[in-house]
Ligand binder design. Structure first.
Ligand SMILES: [Zn+2]
Ligand SMILES: [Zn+2]
Length: 485
């Protein structure tokens, strides 16, 4: 009997030992992850509060304050109103290196107000909405940072976690002013994410961009009574646009040039003495972008000359293309795979199915949200969008990844994205993101050699003679760019 007991107790203690070993080997067994697992409702509420009161670029007073207050109440010190932007902030926790930073965006888009229903239903006619998921974006960053702070505290580990509250991503370029002001100087690594329709690491470089307004000045007159007395500012705009549409044939095909006439005059019987056209000019290489902008500037001068008007140009904003870091991408890929995809419950699934059906998508496309895409090779971009994360990626090694906040098949900046991002699907996605942030930060804090290798790759890729020159020059933040002019 004694023998049997001994054997049993040996088996029990051996299996306990295996269980222990099993537990210790799971990267998900740490205070960060358990904090996030038990804080779903906290972050669900926070993201929905920001979602419910969408604020446009540089006007995100309440959204920024909500994130700042949450970070403060979790032990972070917060410096607000940095780099000349009232809604920008830097929150810090811990001490010493490595300093790891996460980025928090929180601006909404005009005209995209939408209820959390799977059909078009604005909450406020013509109102703003979170069509780019920045409600989840900012809260995911805050959740990750708090979880990382909990780990630093529990382990009494050296290292700092910072949250950069970066306003006005949608056209205002808040991050660029923060880079220009040197706020990233002591940061070793930046971890960044963006809501998307799937889970994966970003390997594209996107495009560098300059946003330029060309304002034409003419002479107003009665368009029928005394047209010879006037000079039309709108003619200046049209002549410029015509020339740009001709030069398109002769620029590298990866270039992107688009415009809207943001002021075309008031009435056909008044020759406009003021007109404005707003251009976005992009290229995967900022050297080529600079040449394009110079050419369009010449076209603007020519247009003014030929229409006897005057023209002034103003760079509204400008971003670098992205500089990737393979070592850092591989680290985040590993952690994304550990965390896994987004798993809908029955209610979420039904909601997502309705959205997918509305887009004429096969519902089998929804399976994509459950898995993580393999890490793609880096290829030079052939066009595509731009982000102010680009500038950061040239001053600090940076990685960006996506988790599945939106329904596969949805377009960017769509009402579908507003609808889904404001539900628990958005929260699940941001919690996954926060877990990836946590696992990646812990790996970096505990592996100085890895940090060193990432930095070496960064230095090598950007080149020894690199000097940061912002593409928006020395202009002040366009704090009123979303205020109707
Ligand atoms: Zn966005
Ligand atoms: Zn966007």
């Amino acid at each position: 009997m004694k023998k049997i007991l001994l054997i049993i107790s040996l088996i029990v203690s051996a299996s306990a030992l295996f269980a222990q070993a099993d537990k210790e080997s799971s990267p998900l067994d740490n205070v960060s992850i358990s904090y996030l697992d038990k804080s779903f409702s906290v972050y669900d509420k926070l993201q929905k509060t920001i979602w419910s009161d969408p604020e446009l670029g540089f006007l995100e007073t309440k959204s920024s304050a909500l994130l700042q207050n949450h970070l403060k109440s979790n032990g972070f010190t917060v410096e607000a109103g940095v780099a000349g932007m009232p809604t920008a902030f830097v929150a810090s926790y811990g001490s010493g290196h490595p300093v790891i930073a996460v980025l928090a965006e929180f601006d909404a888009l005009p005209g995209l107000s939408q209820d959390t229903v799977p059909y078009r239903k604005p909450l406020v006619e013509g109102g703003a909405g979170h069509g780019c998921g920045h409600n989840a974006f900012g809260v995911g960053a805050a959740a990750g940072a708090v979880a990382i702070a909990q780990w630093l505290n529990a382990e009494k580990h050296t290292g700092t976690i910072k949250v950069f509250g970066t306003p006005a991503e949608e056209g205002g370029g808040g991050k660029v002013y923060m880079v220009r002001d040197g706020l990233f100087k002591d940061v070793d690594i930046v971890l960044d994410w963006h809501p998307a329709t799937g889970n994966g690491v970003t390997t594209g470089t996107g495009t560098a961009i300059q946003m330029v307004d060309y304002s034409f000045y003419g002479i107003a007159t009665h368009a029928a009574g005394s047209p010879d007395k006037g000079r039309s500012a709108l003619d200046g705009v049209e002549a410029l646009n015509y020339m740009v549409n001709l030069l398109r044939e002769h620029v590298p095909t990866s270039s992107r040039i688009h415009y809207v006439i943001s002021n075309g005059g008031e009435a056909p019987n008044v020759v406009p003495d003021y007109a404005r056209v707003s251009y976005y000019i992009r290229s995967p290489k900022r050297e080529i972008l600079k040449e394009l902008v110079a050419w369009i500037g010449q076209a603007a001068e020519g247009a003014a000359l030929g229409t006897q008007t005057k023209v002034k140009s103003e760079i509204i904003s400008g971003f670098y293309e992205r500089l990737n870091n393979r070592k850092l991408s591989e680290l985040v890929q590993r952690n994304l795979e550990i965390v896994g995809g987004v798993h809908y419950d029955a209610r979420e699934r039904a909601f997502a199915e309705e959205i997918a059906k509305g887009l004429n998508k096969d519902i089998s496309a929804l399976e994509e949200v459950k898995s993580v895409k393999p890490l793609a090779d880096e290829k030079p971009s052939t066009g595509g969008g731009s982000s102010d994360v680009g500038d950061i990626s040239w001053v600090v090694p940076t990685v960006s990844f996506n988790t599945a906040t939106f329904v596969p098949g949805s377009a960017g900046h769509s009402w579908q994205n507003v609808a889904v991002g404001g539900t628990t699907i958005g929260t699940k996605s941001l919690i996954n993101t926060a877990k990836v942030f946590s696992l990646s930060a812990i790996a970096l804090y505990t592996n100085p050699e890895l940090v060193k290798e990432i930095k070496e790759e960064f230095e090598k890729r950007r080149g020894a003679d690199f000097k940061y020159e912002p593409l928006l020059g020395d202009r002040k933040p366009a704090l009123d760019y979303r205020v109707k002019r």
